[in-house]
Design a protein around this ligand. Structure first.
Ligand code: PEP
Ligand code: MN
Length: 350
């Protein structure tokens, strides 16, 4: 149930609704909108009676939320969420590019790549310090030393940084250094990690699991929002199929559907989807064309020596070309989308 307050309702009037919801044994979550506040009812068992809320004079309407992912759903928030990361905006009418190596390997490697991607147009630097690797013998990342390098990159380039917390154990540490905490595909349904992310004050980049349905992905985001963190960025990174011509299959059709279902920003990782660098630029163009809010791309100044994911890492020149190509595509899509916005709400597939 979403209890929509009248325009100009006072905080006291909203509080009265919150208390009434809590007296029913439910959780009330106020959502600030552009013009009015709405209160989302969580943890109710069974349907609620809308007429109960209409007794409050400051309540405009009470609308049932039909989706199981209540806070994530457009039913509870019609307008796009925009996440602000140190002045860089993700979501809404913004196209945000995150780029960097798969893994932080050294200070010189990270800084070299950071300067290259910033020059080309990236706004956020990516790089793993804790790496989830298929083989226990593969490079596992530099750990806290990698996080310290990320902090230096931020200091020297001014770019916010995104890096992965691979488990509950390292979350506190990663949270101290990262501007955005990444939850990787393999952890999309690690519910204790999602709950921890829900308690974080940092934005969370939630990757879609390798075999996750859209409902499962959105429910994973709901765990984070239910915990109190509304700064969630979704990331489509390809799913496992029978294809062998690519590492995974980028599910482009997920983008317009997720944008219709949810107000959260959704970005695309073409690198882990493709697995091969020559597919990354075409997939990036396609991802922007279907309406994503940004990309996270692996780039390396010397991919042949990269300690992880060299074959899918773009050369600097390729990344610069990608950045030049996607801007005009985004502008065309934005122009066509604006015409279909009704009160800021995407009416059907963007
Ligand atoms: C990554 O982005 O570094 C990564 C490991 O991605 P994913 O979780 O999508 O495989
Ligand atoms: Mn990688």
């Amino acid at each position: 149930m979403l209890v929509v307050m009248k325009r100009g309702a006072t905080p006291e009037e909203t509080d009265a609704v919150v208390r009434a919801i809590e007296q029913k044994g439910c959780v009330a979550r106020p959502i600030a909108g552009g013009e009015r506040v709405a209160v989302c009812v969580l943890h109710n068992e069974g349907p609620m009676d809308a007429s109960f809320f209409l007794q409050f004079p400051a309540v405009k309407e009470a609308i049932p939320v039909t989706r199981p992912y209540k806070l994530v759903s457009r039913e509870s928030q019609a307008r796009d969420t925009t996440v602000d990361v140190s002045g860089v905006r993700i979501g809404g009418a913004h196209l945000t590019i995150m780029a960097g190596p798969c893994a932080i390997e050294s200070k010189i490697q990270a800084l070299t790549i950071a300067r290259i991607v910033r020059e080309a147009g990236a706004q956020i630097f990516r790089g793993g310090a804790f790496k989830p690797r298929t083989s226990p013998y593969a490079f596992q990342g530099l750990g806290e030393d990698g996080l310290k390098i990320l902090a230096e990159v931020r200091r020297e380039t001014g770019m916010p940084v995104v890096t992965e917390a691979i488990d509950h154990e390292v979350f506190d540490l990663v949270e101290q250094y990262a501007d955005i905490v990444q939850i990787g595909a393999r952890n999309m349904q690690n519910f204790s990690l999602l709950r921890r992310a829900g308690k974080s004050v940092k934005p969370v980049l939630l990757k879609r699991g390798l075999a996750a349905t859209l409902d499962e992905w959105l429910m994973a985001a709901e765990y984070i929002m239910e915990g109190g963190n509304d700064k969630v960025i979704l990331c489509e990174r390809g799913v496992r199929t029978f294809a062998s011509h690519s590492r995974n299959t980028l599910d482009l059709s997920a983008i317009p559907v997720v944008r219709q279902e949810s107000h959260l920003p959704v970005i695309v990782d073409p690198s882990h989807a493709a697995g091969f660098r020559d597919q990354v630029i075409p997939l990036s163009r396609a991802a922007v064309a279907v309406g994503c809010h940004g990309l996270v791309v692996e780039v390396h100044h010397d991919p042949e020596t990269a300690l992880s994911d060299g074959p899918q890492s773009l050369y600097p020149g390729q990344f610069a070309s990608l950045c030049r190509q996607i801007g005009p595509i985004f502008d065309v899509c934005k122009a066509s989308t604006d015409g279909r916005l009704e009160n800021g709400v995407v009416s059907k597939y963007v």
